[in-house]
Design a protein around this ligand. Structure first.
Ligand code: UD1
Ligand code: MG
Length: 452
């Protein structure tokens, strides 16, 4: 992408009051990943010289979530201009070293932004003769809450006026401030230092930088960019809308990569879901973070997967649950009401019905009967179950971990296995059946007499 490098400042110190949440706004998730993480990820292809996140006081959780990306604290939050200024001490030394052409300011609550859009903003600023500031312009369906971009007759950007400070004529402008900006690094902090707070909210508005630059004889430009990507999440309704837009994008990407989604609108993907070619996802499947699926896998309806690695030829579901650490090797079948957690199922393993396989290692070709449970937890610690290759675990077996079942062993139905099973052994670990001829009839006669 762009040749010269930039410094990125991501603003995330706002209180996000309208979400009505105990959690900082930017930690709310879209497609299984926090909004701030989406913003950090979109910068990755540019390899920024430095990225700094501006957080508010009591936002250690945000600082932790973005680490190792450094953060600075803005306290109290006195506006977007003040937030950029809060990053300046951290950035000054790095800028002085040279090699940084732009300071790009992003918001932590715009998770839909794409790298191509940031590139367009940078190109707009750098186009000769270079401008001091390039602002992302957009034309949203409802411009009401946004700052408006005031252009001169020649199309140059004169100033930005916030909605609550705008005159009636200015409110009629449809071109709005999308929030992100690229600033010439040579002027950025000098201009930011000149921002005052003489406005309706007594805040230091970053948007004032445009008029300030103009007054210094510097030029400012607008890059008109897609409004859908600049959607800022301020309310729960906007969070849901952003989720919907992100899901559409992820489904389209999965289909372009060669996966069949029979009813795409019913499949929920995480931002890092990887689907191979000729994967078929049946309706109503949910992916949490960390799922990787190789080619030719079928995920049947109503399955829920997170942190799972699935090799080619596997069939999962319907109604299966794969939890973090589930590794399914080639051609594994995991059927209805089977839960797999932190377990490796070797090639060709079949666990077709009603089982819990947790903290286990199951060798290739083994058959897990209906109702098999690995009893991995004694209320204090977790233990592993190891099953060899080509073993047969009869229905309704409880494997009390830690326990090992050898290759080729055959465990009889209904067994409670508490000690290791040797390879190729037939193990029956249940009470022997006792038949008492005629006793049922006698019992019935006796009970009937009593009722008499
Ligand atoms: C801002 C713009 C507005 C634009 C809109 C686009 C200003 C003054 N206004 O308004 O022109 O149309 O975004 O969505 O810039 N933040 C801080 N510290 C603060 C205040 C805010 O870090 O003191 C952060 C917030 O966490 C957020 C971002 O800056 O990520 C934007 O703040 P927000 O309050 O959402 O600004 P808007 O009112 O939406
Ligand atoms: Mg906002």
């Amino acid at each position: 992408m762009s040749q010269s490098r930039f410094a990125a400042i991501i603003l995330a110190a706002g209180e996000g009051t309208r979400l009505n949440s105990a959690r900082p706004k930017v930690l709310h998730e879209i497609a299984g990943q926090s909004m701030i993480r989406h913003v950090i990820d979109v910068l990755r292809p540019f390899d920024p010289a430095v990225t700094i996140v501006v957080v508010g006081r009591d936002m250690d959780s945000v600082a932790q979530a973005v680490a190792p990306v450094p953060s600075v604290v803005q306290s109290p939050p006195r506006g977007t201009g003040d937030a950029v200024r809060a990053a300046s001490p951290e950035l000054a030394a790095r800028l002085a070293q040279g090699g940084i052409s732009d300071v790009v300011v992003l918001f932590g609550d715009t998770p839909l932004l794409r790298a191509e859009t940031i590139a367009e903003l940078l190109d707009t600023r750098r186009r000769a003769p270079q401008a001091a500031v390039a602002v992302a312009g957009m034309r949203p369906a409802d411009p009401a809450p946004y700052g408006r971009l005031v252009l001169g007759d020649d199309g140059a950007l004169l100033r930005i006026v916030e909605a609550r400070d705008a005159s009636v004529e200015e409110r009629a402008i449809g071109l709005c401030n999308g929030g992100i900006m690229a600033l010439d690094s040579r002027h950025a902090f000098d201009l930011v230092d000149r921002i005052g707070n003489d406005n309706a909210k007594r805040e230091f508005y970053l948007t004032d930088i445009v008029a300030i630059a103009r007054a210094q004889g510097l030029s400012c430009r607008v890059a008109e960019l897609p409004a859908a990507e600049l959607l800022g999440v301020n309310t729960r309704a906007e969070l849901a809308a952003a989720e919907g837009l992100m899901q559409e994008r992820l489904r389209r990407r999965a289909m372009e990569a060669g996966a069949t989604l029979i009813a795409p609108e019913t499949v929920f993907l995480a931002s890092d879901t990887e689907l191979g070619r000729d994967v078929v996802i049946e309706p109503n499947v949910v992916f949490g973070p960390g799922v990787r699926i190789a080619d030719n896998v079928r995920i049947r309806s109503f399955s829920h997967l997170e942190g799972a690695d699935i090799a080619s030829g596997a069939i999962v579901g319907p109604f299966a649950r794969l939890r973090p650490g589930a590794v399914l090797e080639a051609d594994v079948h995991v059927g209805n009401f089977v839960e797999v957690k932190a377990s490796r199922l070797g090639a060709g393993v079949k666990a077709s019905h009603l089982s819990y396989l947790g903290d286990s290692d199951i060798g290739a070709g083994t058959n897990i009967g209906a109702g098999t449970i690995t009893c991995n937890y004694d209320g204090f610690s977790k233990f592993r179950t190891v099953i060899g290759e080509r073993a047969f675990i009869g229905s309704n077996t409880a494997l009390v971990a830690p326990v090992t079942v050898g290759d080729g062993a055959y465990v009889a139905t209904g067994s409670v296995v508490t000690s290791d099973v040797p390879a190729d052994a037939l193990t029956i670990a249940r009470a022997r059946q006792v038949d008492k001829p005629g006793r049922a009839a006698a019992l019935r006669a006796q009970l009937k007499g009593k009722k008499g």
